[in-house]
Design a binder for this molecule. Structure first.
Ligand code: APR
Length: 233
């Protein structure tokens, strides 16, 4: 196993206290997706959409990375082959645990995007509608979040990483949302082995060579130990 691609979802942050989307009491249960996570919602009620992400951005300072994030950061530091963590999450827990070889395919809470000039800038505070973009002067800053119906970020880079992966690992995702849910099929077509670490069976479990069920905080450190000790022999 030389080259690894790891896909993470809301389940990896659950033990840090961040609600998942589709579980009991899930984030979307509080809101209709159409009301807070679509381009139409932003046009119809920008204040509601901005406030939804302001609350989630503010909550980041109340949570910390868990043992799963820390284990992946250790793998990132010590793995001598290629490695890429593709997260669907918009929290910053992978970075705060020390992960470097990673990307956010659905955007990130701690970033603002200018709808006019597409400049991206780090953002930690509230982001009211009509905030002026420092790059182009338009009052067009929005949350740097990929809404339903928009194209996820860095898809070419993800496909390139999958094309040379020996192992694709999916952690804490329901396999409900494409294109991420299709990565396991792409990985198989490219000849990679596939492993799923999840609390419950996901919509895509049938596509994986192996599925281990349990909390990420337990499964991920054990899997990383396995990979690093096998890699040393
Ligand atoms: N450890 C491991 N897995 C867990 C844990 C845990 N402690 N807790 C929950 N899970 C699993 C659930 O079993 C579920 O399969 O995490 C998954 C969470 O699924 P979702 O809530 O659908 O989150 P996710 O798969 O990341 O959603 C994908 O959909 O709403 C959009 O853009 C949003 O990025 C998100 C995307």
């Amino acid at each position: 196993m030389r080259n690894i691609v790891i896909l993470t979802g809301a389940g990896i942050s659950a033990e840090s206290g961040i609600a998942t989307f589709r579980g009991p009491g899930g984030l979307w249960e509080g809101h209709r997706v159409e009301d807070v996570c679509t381009p139409e919602a932003l046009t119809r009620d920008a204040a509601l959409v901005h406030r939804f992400y302001d609350l989630r951005r503010a909550a980041l300072s109340t949570v910390t990375p868990n043992r799963a994030h820390e284990a992946l950061a250790r793998l990132d530091r010590e793995w001598t082959g290629k490695l890429l963590i593709v997260t669907q999450n918009v929290d910053d827990l992978h970075e705060r645990a020390g992960a470097r070889r990673m990307l956010h395919m659905h955007g990130e809470l701690r970033s603002a995007l200018c709808a006019a000039c597409e400049a991206r800038l780090p953002w930690s505070d509230a982001l009211p509608p009509g905030t002026v973009c420092p790059a182009c002067g338009a009052a067009a800053l929005r949350p740097d979040i990929v809404f339903f119906g928009e194209m996820p970020y860095q898809m070419e880079r993800i496909d390139e990483a999958l094309s040379c992966a020996d192992l694709f690992v999916s952690i804490g995702t329901s396999g409900a949302v494409y294109p991420a849910a299709g990565f396991v099929q792409l990985a198989r077509q490219y000849g990679a082995a596939t492993l799923e670490l999840n609390l419950d069976p996901s919509d895509g479990s049938a596509w994986f060579d192996e599925t281990r069920l349990g909390p990420a905080g337990t499964l991920v450190p054990a899997w990383v130990d396995e990979m690093l000790s096998a890699n040393r022999t």
